[in-house]
Design a binder for this molecule. Structure first.
Ligand SMILES: Cc1cc2nc3c(=O)[nH]c(=O)nc-3n(C[C@H](O)[C@H](O)[C@H](O)COP(=O)(O)OP(=O)(O)OC[C@H]3O[C@@H](n4cnc5c(N)ncnc54)[C@H](O)[C@@H]3O)c2cc1C
Length: 412
């Protein structure tokens, strides 16, 4: 089989590795529009159990990811001049560029042909492929050319955000919140991903955007202002942006992408993978993990079903089901931040506790103080705590599925 992956992000590269591992005789190409050294993001997070999943698929890649990651197990919040800390599960961060480099090296070592500086917008430009894998990200042009067939839906988030870096090496997952004069809120969270860098995501309410006149500030002024406002968690370090050749600060809003169908069978069988198929709000830090899980799901479906349309259909159906919990968590997490002002009157300790519960569908329905007491009551009784951990995500997934528009039908 000849496979063409459009997009050399985490999804396309990891799928190419798994495809080549399971069928070395296949010809696998990855077409990436950016040059090999391009750096278009910062660090991304994942949890220890995900490393175990990766170890079960390709031990070499998993160990390279483990070696290249930073880790922490403490969460810290700076709220109204007070610092609150929490001990949590061990989490990891890895630089996007480093992740892409190690995936590319592994893919090439297995015989995958990775082509950089090669933009593909139309699968008919890949006439020799038996399967086109559209791993070209949230703004996928391969998908966009047939958006009606895929049943693409894009929901725009409300809060502006920036994905930045800093040379301050944070030792915890760190949140900081800053009120603005007109009643808006600006906040950031950051985590380390290497020996000399941390990621910092900055988000604000539309009111804070107006209060701080972000629409009239250039890139340098924006970074300097944010570094001043978050001087305490950043320890006086500067903020860094990738868009060095422009004066645009790079504010955008998050787009939640969903597709009713994840594949087409003609003229060339084409399947969506990673962010091209679905996005989940960055505040749950799972998009890369889910993109790699898509790759695992697609490789498994191709292994288990000799008939290509059946394999693609099973892959889409299986992944749609598996994603429900994460999509629910992402939806409520994004909403929690969009409704942040309603929680900011809580004392810092309580606010931090609810921040950890932001995936809950219950929180938007309860007054914040009651939400906290309910959470505290459940946490203080081990049986209730265990019941919530078991039932909560399942209930949320079920509720999300009811609102889901998906089907497993094949696009034309
Ligand atoms: C602010 C922010 C923070 C995030 N934090 C985390 C986190 O902590 N943890 C986490 O797991 N995830 C995080 N994510 C999400 C994560 O970055 C994405 O979910 C992940 O990169 C998806 O991988 P992908 O390979 O599907 O798509 P992408 O990473 O977008 O890769 C797509 C690739 O396709 C290329 N491409 C696009 N069009 C074409 C074309 N026409 N031809 C050829 N190539 C093309 C692009 O250049 C790109 O390299 C975050 C996202 C944001 C915005």
């Amino acid at each position: 089989m000849r496979i063409a992956c459009v997009g050399g992000g985490p999804a396309g590269l990891y799928f190419s590795i798994l495809a080549k591992l399971q069928r070395p005789q296949d010809e696998v190409h990855v077409h990436e529009r950016l040059p090999a050294e391009a750096d278009d993001g910062w660090g991304v997070t994942y949890w220890a159990d995900f490393l175990d999943v990766l170890r079960g698929c390709d031990i070499d890649t998993a160990e390279a990811i483990a070696r290249g990651s930073a880790s922490w197990s403490q969460g810290v919040a700076h709220i109204r001049g007070e610092r609150t800390a929490h001990q949590g599960d061990r989490e990891f961060g890895i630089g996007r560029r480093h992740l892409l480099d190690l995936l590319t090296a592994r893919a090439e070592a297995l015989g995958v042909r990775v082509h950089h500086d090669r933009e593909i917008t139309d699968p008919s430009r890949l006439p020799d492929a038996d399967l086109v894998v559209a791993a070209d990200g949230a703004g996928s042009q391969i998908r966009g050319a047939h958006a009606a067939d895929y049943g693409t839906r894009i929901d725009e988030g409300r809060n502006p955000f920036l994905w930045l870096g800093t040379d301050k090496v944070l030792d915890s997952f760190t949140f900081a919140f800053h009120p603005t004069e007109g009643g808006g809120w600006l906040w950031c969270y950051g985590y380390p991903y290497g020996s000399d860098r941390s990621t910092v995501v900055v988000e604000c309410t539309p009111q804070a955007w107006t209060d701080l006149s972000f629409d009239s500030l250039g890139r340098r002024e924006t970074l300097d202002l944010l570094a001043r406002l978050f001087a305490e968690p950043l320890d006086g370090h500067a903020l860094l942006s990738r868009a060095e050749d422009t004066d645009d600060a790079g504010w955008r809003t998050f787009r939640t992408v969903s597709n009713r169908s994840w594949h087409r069978v003609s003229p060339v069988p084409t399947v969506l993978l990673g962010d091209a198929a679905h996005t989940t709000h960055y505040s749950i830090g799972a998009g890369t993990k889910l993109a790699l899980e898509d790759a695992i799901g697609l490789a498994a479906a191709l292994r288990e079903h000799a008939d290509l349309p059946t394999a693609l259909q099973r892959y889409g159906a299986g992944r749609r089901q598996a994603l429900l919990r994460s999509q629910s968590a992402a939806r409520y997490s994004a909403r929690w931040f969009e409704e942040l002002p309603r929680y900011m009157r809580l004392p810092p300790q309580r606010l931090f506790a609810l921040l950890g519960q932001r995936h809950s569908p219950l929180l938007p329905l309860l007054p914040p103080a009651l939400g906290y007491h309910l959470h505290h009551g459940i946490e203080s009784l081990p049986a209730l705590r265990a019941a919530r951990r078991w039932a909560g995500p399942r209930l949320a997934a079920r509720l999300h599925a009811q609102g889901d528009r998906g089907s497993d039908t094949v696009a034309r």
